[in-house]
Design a protein around this ligand. Structure first.
Ligand SMILES: [Zn+2]
Length: 117
């Protein structure tokens, strides 16, 4: 068995717009993508006074991140970059701690084990 892909999501509520924007910056640096939804209604839609009540709306941040594992061969970073040229940045490539045989240059090297998209 080999896991091929894993998806993660996180949702946050904020006190104000500024807190939300700062947190989005932080999350994006960590590889998360924000959905773009700004506010979320937490009251009951059937009660008009709740719909009109500003305190029932929260600033929201919905984030998702997908990680894809390599399917077949294992390559060191140099060979990987030659094969996939500039498709991925260093930040997106997770490198193994252990040495493995690179299927490109056939040397014992640390190999790319995961791509973060
Ligand atoms: Zn190699």
């Amino acid at each position: 068995m080999k896991q091929l892909k894993s998806s993660h999501s996180k949702t946050f509520h904020y006190d104000n717009a500024e807190e939300r924007l700062n947190h989005i910056k932080e999350m994006e640096q960590d590889g998360w993508t924000c959905s773009g939804q700004v506010k979320e209604f937490t009251g009951n839609l059937y009660f008009k006074d709740e719909v009109e009540d500003e305190s029932k709306y929260y600033y929201v941040g919905r984030f998702y991140k997908e990680e894809r594992w390599l399917l077949m061969a294992e390559f060191c970073k140099d060979c990987f970059k030659e094969l996939f040229i500039d498709d991925y940045t260093d930040d997106q490539l997770v490198i193994s701690d252990d040495l493995d045989i690179c299927e490109g240059c056939a040397k014992f090297k640390q190999v790319v084990i995961k791509i973060i998209e």
